[in-house]
Design a protein around this ligand. Structure first.
Ligand SMILES: [Zn+2]
Length: 420
């Protein structure tokens, strides 16, 4: 759309909230559970049905749908300039075994709604638009999570993905072939112009602050550790207290230290002990060895590094006559999204009059991997009490519509900066 003076006009394209909600509720029946959630594991029969639904809906909207060799789906709507790489929207249609109706699904169906809204007024973008359904974001049936967007970005090889097995021993390749979703488009190897992913927050911050939109600036920096505490197993009756080297008492102090480290880096620092194993595990034996895991996160790499130093110092203080073996097993650097795209999202929220705030994602998303290969950003909407990966996951009609409108406006604002 061009004004008479030749300047591209930012036409208002209004999404249809009812239509969007209708698609969310209709597809929620595919793998729908009695408690109102969804069970739609990657490359299952339910996954096939929702993929078939998505393909048909996109084709009905005039898109060309291609599928790559690991099942990623791309619904393309051409723009004025075929030489431009596509502006992409999307997320994932797979769920956890007892997942909710919005995690991932909202981001894909919002892309479909955006296309339908553009079609409704015959809006022609400069760049092609693609709506993407990334395979197996959840990592529930096959690990790792986000494996197909990662493979698209060159983080994993195709052979690695195809050979992953589920708990029954079925390979990803066999599961994909069983539902007929091994496509013939080569994996990756082409340029994406930009990626916008709308997602529910999966945390409580937006709701608590009564904000409609999270302008996602990036993904937190993460460090994982394993801590093995060695003391001495001893008789629970015959060993006097001063003579004991109780590894579980040491673990209790270590868990408090993890909490203290996180609180010392509030409000953004978080620390979690998620696994605790106590050996030998007998009522009348003083625990001789404890194994536990530690997860530290903060939006900034340098702060997580300081949190680790702080943790090491505190553990050294409390170890006493125990041995503390702390091993760092995984480092995931902070992801910083594209400042230009972030600006478009913030401005879209602003212009639409939605209360918003900048926020760093606490969870991983496909956008983490696409950020390696193209300008990427995300839009968050609140979900009730921050509950996610749960059948009770809930976002409202208004929240889903608001996020979708912000998504589309940001995409169109970015598109307007390109040559038609
Ligand atoms: Zn998700």
């Amino acid at each position: 759309m061009t004004r008479p003076d030749g300047v591209p006009a930012l036409t208002n394209v209004t999404i249809d909230g009812e239509r969007l909600w209708g698609t969310l509720m209709e597809t929620a029946k595919i793998g729908g559970t009695a408690k109102g959630g969804i069970r739609r594991l990657t490359m299952s029969e339910e996954d096939k049905r929702v993929r078939d639904w998505f393909k048909a809906a996109c084709e009905a909207a005039g898109c060309t749908v291609t599928v790559d060799t690991i099942g990623n789906m791309f619904a393309r709507r051409e723009g004025k300039n075929p030489d431009l790489p596509p502006i992409c929207m999307g997320s994932h249609l797979d769920t956890q075994p007892t997942g909710g109706k919005f995690d991932g699904i909202l981001g894909v169906l919002a892309g479909l709604e955006a296309i339908r809204s553009l079609d409704a007024i015959g809006y022609q973008t400069n760049a092609p638009i693609e709506v993407i359904n990334w395979t197996n974001e959840e990592g529930a049936r096959f690990t790792p999570a986000m494996m197909a967007s990662g493979a698209f970005a060159g983080v994993f090889t195709e052979e690695y993905i195809l050979s992953r097995t589920d708990r029954e021993g079925t390979t990803f390749a066999d599961a994909m072939d069983a539902i007929g979703y091994r496509g013939d488009t080569p994996l990756g190897g082409r340029k994406l112009g930009a990626m916008f992913e709308l997602h529910i927050e999966q945390g409580p911050i937006l709701e608590a602050e009564d904000r409609m939109i999270g302008v996602v600036t990036g993904v937190q920096s993460i460090r994982w550790f394993e801590l093995t505490i060695t003391g001495a197993a001893a008789h629970a009756g015959a060993t006097p207290m001063p003579a004991r080297r109780d590894a579980l008492v040491g673990a209790a102090r270590a868990i408090e230290a993890v909490e203290a480290v996180a609180l010392a880096h509030a409000p953004d620092g978080v620390g979690t002990v998620g696994i605790l194993e106590c050996r030998p595990g007998s009522t009348n034996v003083v625990p001789g060895e404890v194994f536990l895991t530690i997860d530290l996160r903060h939006p900034l790499d340098e702060v997580v590094a300081r949190m680790e130093e702080d943790l090491r110092a505190r553990l050294a203080e409390i170890q006493g006559r125990l041995e503390f073996g702390l091993e760092r097993i995984w480092v995931s650097p902070a992801v910083h999204f594209d400042p230009v795209l972030i600006g478009h999202v913030r401005e879209a929220a602003e212009r639409l009059g939605f209360r918003h705030r900048d926020i760093a994602s606490g969870a991983g998303h496909d956008a983490v991997y696409t950020a390696r290969i193209c300008p990427t950003t995300m839009v968050f909407v609140p979900c009730k009490e921050g509950i996610s990966h749960n059948e009770a996951e809930e976002s409202t009609f208004e929240q889903c519509a608001a996020g979708t409108q912000v998504l589309l406006n940001a995409v169109l604002a970015y598109d307007a900066t390109l040559e038609g």
